[in-house]
Design a protein around this ligand. Structure first.
Ligand SMILES: *Cc1c(COP(=O)(O)O)cnc(C)c1O
Length: 234
């Protein structure tokens, strides 16, 4: 058995049931992905639209692809058709453009709202205030247009976040606790358009063990499965 299958099997043993493993395969080859697939892995995460599309077209059709990277509006059309979940909706503008594209093209999709929880400025995502304003804005529009079904094509399923890249476990815990609290705040609004709001995507190679302790139900793990990426662009 190769390293990749061993890593998949040991991760699955380690993760509690109810925690989805997203195998982050960005920059990794089709052969490497197939080794994980043969070990039973079906959910893979990619961060670049072109790479995702090529892999989705050439690899087995029962793979469930997730998009986890920064998505530019002009790449919506080459991403949505291939993915089950977009983890990284980080602005109202992106959300509404996905909604509009899906309406025009007869697609629907699940998304997560990416929250800025790290102390690092560089990371993207909504602030608490921005996300609450954004959701309140949707609710207001929905009521004033008397449009019960809005938004119809894009289902907001939960939140995603990336903690600081640090050895400081206490800081990582605080950042994940922050993400949990924003999840709870959003859920508590009970906005009817939220529907099934149940996903918390947090935890990567360096912090997934903490994430799981703190209630993540979706971890995105790359390096621990596939080894280091040659280049680290995202
Ligand atoms: C690359 C990436 C991961 C995986 O990171 P590893 O440290 O290799 O586990 C998870 N989430 C996002 C958003 C990423 O871009």
């Amino acid at each position: 058995m190769g390293h990749i299958s061993e890593n998949i099997l040991s991760l699955r043993q380690e993760l509690p049931s109810g925690v989805e493993l997203v195998a982050v395969s960005k920059f990794k080859s089709g052969e490497e992905i197939l080794e994980a697939y043969e070990a039973g892995q079906r959910v893979f995460g990619e961060s670049r639209p072109q790479e995702l599309k090529e892999k989705a077209l050439s690899l087995p059709k029962d793979i469930e692809w997730h998009f986890i990277g920064h998505l530019q509006s002009n790449k919506i059309k080459m991403t949505v058709p291939y993915v089950k979940l977009i983890h990284s909706v980080d602005t109202p503008k992106l959300f509404f453009e996905i909604e509009r594209w899906c309406r025009q093209n007869g697609f629907s999709i699940d998304v997560l709202l990416e929250m800025h929880i790290a102390s690092e400025e560089s990371k993207q995502g909504f602030s608490d205030e921005e996300v609450m304003d954004f959701l309140a804005g949707i609710e207001k529009a929905r009521q004033s247009w008397d449009n019960e079904g809005y938004p119809s094509q894009v289902r907001i399923r939960g939140v995603m976040g990336m903690a600081s890249l640090t050895e400081d476990e206490a800081l990582i815990r605080r950042e994940f606790a922050h993400l949990n609290s924003i999840f709870d705040q959003i859920k508590a609004t009970d906005y009817p358009f939220l529907g099934q709001f149940d996903l918390k995507s947090f935890g990567m190679t360096h912090d997934y063990h903490i994430a799981v302790e703190m209630g993540s139900n979706m971890v995105r793990v790359g390096t621990k499965i596939f080894g280091p990426r040659g280049v680290r662009l995202s």
